[in-house]
Ligand binder design. Structure first.
Ligand code: NI
Length: 188
């Protein structure tokens, strides 16, 4: 089932999230819904707060980057309780977007490599190292679990320049072809 994606401005995107286990109610269905919601919106990552749930769960599909980076070809995963515990390498700029910010794309600087611990949805623990696009997406999605979004990485000057655009997203004054929930939607 496709779930509505919460837009920028909703307080759920600012909240800290809770650790979950494989016994979380209807976890398999939830993960399926998150993949379906992400794919319908042509996203490469989605975090639970973006569908209104304050829990540590993300889905990532890096396969659209496989042509540029062959190792992305098999990275399509749900990660429970992911935690990036170390980063290394040079920071590099990449134009990011976010399904909670339709129409907004901005260069964000992030380190090249991440060390991440997480569990898969069966509860099996993993400790892995990623770089390139996978590391980029994982950093973006893990930020969501800490109440942070990609615009928090921009300078305050850049953010003030984007103020009107951001307000329009919160009000739903944007064109978007997937289902969303806007905090300040003006009803006509
Ligand atoms: Ni995002």
């Amino acid at each position: 089932m496709i779930r509505p994606i919460v837009a920028y401005g909703d307080t759920v995107l600012r909240r800290q999230t809770e650790t979950i286990g494989p016994d979380y109610p209807d976890l398999k269905q939830l993960v399926e819904d998150m993949f379906e919601t992400m794919e319908h919106a042509n996203g490469v990552g989605l975090a639970a707060p973006q569908i209104g749930l304050s829990i540590k769960l993300i889905v990532v599909d890096a396969t659209p980057f496989a042509e540029e980076e062959p190792k992305c070809a098999d990275f399509r995963k749900a990660l429970m309780n992911p935690e990036i515990y170390a980063t290394e390498g040079e920071e590099w700029a990449f134009e990011e977007g976010c399904l909670s910010f339709p129409g907004l794309h901005e260069d964000v600087m992030r380190p090249e490599t991440v060390h991440i611990r997480y569990q898969d949805i069966d509860g099996t623990p993993h400790d892995e190292v990623y770089d390139g696009y996978v590391a980029r997406i994982l950093q973006h999605e893990c930020d969501h679990l800490n109440g942070k979004t990609f615009v928090d990485h921009l300078s305050s000057l850049r953010k003030s320049f984007l103020r009107r655009k951001l307000d329009n997203i919160t009000k739903g004054a944007v064109s978007v072809d997937y289902k969303m929930r806007f905090p300040n939607l003006k009803h006509r």
